[in-house]
Design a protein around this ligand. Structure first.
Ligand SMILES: [Zn+2]
Length: 147
């Protein structure tokens, strides 16, 4: 049964309540103590914006390289990188975070966004090793070409 509930924020919202009358009454009572959906979303957004601002401030002293990828990847990866680096550099030395600080591939940040801090640092170190190995191989090829 649809019921209009006045939420704690003062906004009215329709809810589809199911179950026995007593269950519906309990649910309605509980809903009255919560904020409406719009206010909930707005609060969440504000919290995220505040957290993002804190993260940006926390890493503002770092001289980060530009990310590479499509515009969409870069914009998403930049949010991820800011958040992860703020947490990483807060708990670890800059030397431990060095590999993470060097990763410029936007796709890498997106693909690895769910890793734990430890795994993220390990993955970054591995990526750096592969990159330098590839660079070394490329320079060997260059040398053999000029020889
Ligand atoms: Zn509201």
């Amino acid at each position: 049964m649809e019921q209009r509930i006045i939420h704690a924020c003062g906004h009215e919202q329709a809810h589809d309540l199911t179950g026995f009358d007593s269950q519906q009454a309990r649910k309605a009572r509980w809903l009255k103590t919560t904020t409406c959906r719009d206010c909930f979303v707005a609060e969440k957004r504000a919290e995220e914006a505040a957290a993002a601002a804190l993260s940006s401030a926390a890493i503002s002293h770092l001289d980060l390289p530009l990310l590479t990828g499509t515009d969409r990847q870069i914009s998403w990866a930049s949010t991820i990188r800011t958040k992860r680096l703020a947490a990483l550099t807060n708990l670890n030395s800059n030397a431990d975070c060095y590999a993470c600080l060097q990763v410029t591939d936007a796709k890498w940040w997106i693909d690895h966004r769910d890793l734990t801090d430890v795994d993220l640092m390990a993955a970054a170190t591995q990526a750096a090793d592969i990159q330098s190995a590839t660079a070394a191989r490329a320079s060997i090829t260059d040398m053999s070409r000029t020889a």
